[in-house]
Design a protein around this ligand. Structure first.
Ligand code: 5CA
Length: 439
């Protein structure tokens, strides 16, 4: 993509309304525009990141054996009346009437609808287990939408729902999601800590929030260092195997947010050299809720003995749009965003310092073409602008690599390669630079 033709309306000034760094940087980098409170339009640069996150989330759901569906944003109120949540949900739910005066709503979540789909389709234990997920926009009329896409009113969520014959089965599904979440966040370049969460009236110990660590995160996190040292992606995962020992190994380690942190327990359970205190952001939530929806909505299957029983369910959410902000909170510096390679909108920013000079122009076009041929996602700054503005702009949007072509380097036969994350610069031949970026 040529920057001269790219729709990326960056801002020079820091927008006054943005309270946190990710919100400021997303606005300044031209990733999103606020449409109304807590509701955003995604511009090309932001949308590329959202799509990359979505793709990784999808791949890991598929890998764990979940199947993708797509449910609508608008739902009928009827099912929510049956589950009892139409009244319970309160003013967070956006209620709409259609032209016939029928009560509709913009879905804040999809337990009811997926349970209905399941109820009318599955009759026997033989068809279990099942995990069905979708990636869809939700609406929650939050009292105080803030922090940009981190707490929006309209936001993109991956929600998965598991269906099993009994608690033991549901626990297996839960464990699969637990492990797949660790993999998902690691692939996004994030450090995630699973944190036991309230299960409410259902009880049990099957609810975890996944908190990613970011110095600017909303909540204080206390945890065991082993959470951070474990190489999640290095470990082979067999989703058909018994994952209970893996999940046990993680859940017995201490991890609490400040509201549940007990210093005495922390000191008793975690050796001094393993104690970590950081800040974090909730990006995922997994939850076993048994027959809470299958009972009232009558989602039953026949057991091997011929008896009819309500299925045991769980739901598993990831805040896909929140993650865009969360990644920035976890990875930025004073100059701008530092994208982990897996979610970067482009891998390379190609900076041409002197577009007007014929040799620079020729070299720029050549490198741009070669990178594209090699399938490298590259944003080519081919504008006639001051070098300072080009460098600052590239640092702001945070692409992992910057490749700089200038007249002085070309005379010596070299280009400069800069890694955004550490700031290291290296002069090398064009061939060597290409080999590095395409390798
Ligand atoms: N149905 C269950 C899980 S499938 C559910 O809705 N869980 S949740 O309420 O915890 O939401 C799942 C995830 O969505 C959260 O972990 C968070 O990452 C994201 N999320 C929730 N509310 C918002 C919001 N207002 N803005 C952005 N992301 C949100």
């Amino acid at each position: 993509m040529r920057l001269s033709a790219y729709f990326m309306p960056t801002l020079k000034e820091t927008p006054a309304e943005a309270e946190i760094v990710s919100h400021r940087l997303m606005l300044r980098a031209g990733m999103v525009r606020q449409a109304s409170a807590g509701i955003y339009s995604w511009l090309p640069l932001g949308l590329r990141v959202l799509k990359k996150i979505e793709r990784i989330v999808r791949e890991e759901q598929d890998r764990a054996g979940a199947q993708e569906v797509l449910m609508p944003t608008i739902q009928s109120a009827d099912l929510w009346r049956q589950s009892g949540r139409y009244d319970a949900y309160g003013p967070e739910m956006l209620r709409i009437a259609d032209r016939h005066g029928r009560d509709m709503l913009y879905g804040p979540t999809n337990e009811e609808l997926i349970t209905e789909i399941f109820r009318t389709s599955v009759k026997s234990y033989r068809e279990l287990p099942r995990m069905l997920y979708h990636i869809q926009w939700k609406f929650r009329d939050e009292v105080r939408p803030r922090f940009g896409v981190m707490r929006g009113r309209e936001f993109l969520m991956k929600d998965n729902y598991s269906f099993d014959l009994d608690y033991e089965g549901a626990k297996k599904s839960y464990n699969k999601m637990f492990v797949s979440y660790l993999r998902t966040f690691a692939r996004l370049g994030l450090q995630a800590v699973p944190m036991a969460a309230d299960t409410g009236p259902i009880g049990g110990d099957l609810s975890h929030e996944f908190i990613i660590l970011a110095d600017t995160g909303e909540s204080e996190v206390f945890c065991h260092r082993d959470f951070l040292d474990f190489d999640v992606l290095g470990a082979e995962v067999d989703y058909e195997a018994d994952l209970e020992p893996v999940v046990q190994a993680w859940t017995r380690l201490y991890a609490r947010t400040d509201d549940k942190h007990d210093p005495a327990v922390f000191e008793r359970e975690v050796p001094a050299d393993k104690r970590v205190q950081r800040r974090g952001i909730e990006v995922g939530h997994i939850f076993y809720f048994g027959t809470k929806y299958s009972e009232p909505l009558k989602a039953q299957v026949a057991t091997p003995g011929g008896e009819s029983v309500a299925v045991h369910m769980g739901s598993y959410g990831i805040g896909v749009s929140r993650l865009v902000g969360a990644v920035i909170e976890a990875s930025h510096d004073k100059d701008g965003i530092i994208w982990p390679e897996a979610v970067a909108p482009f891998k390379v920013g190609l900076i041409n310092l002197k577009i007007a000079a014929p040799d620079c122009n020729k070299a720029g076009e050549e490198i741009y073409a070669k990178l594209q041929e090699a399938g490298v996602e590259v944003l080519y700054d081919d504008r006639d602008e001051r070098p300072g503005a080009k460098f600052a702009g590239m640092d702001l949007i945070g692409l992992p690599w910057q490749l700089v072509i200038g007249p002085r380097g070309l005379d010596k036969g070299v280009v400069e390669l800069k890694r955004r994350a550490g700031g290291e610069r290296e002069e090398l031949s064009l061939e060597a630079a290409l080999a590095r970026l395409t390798g």
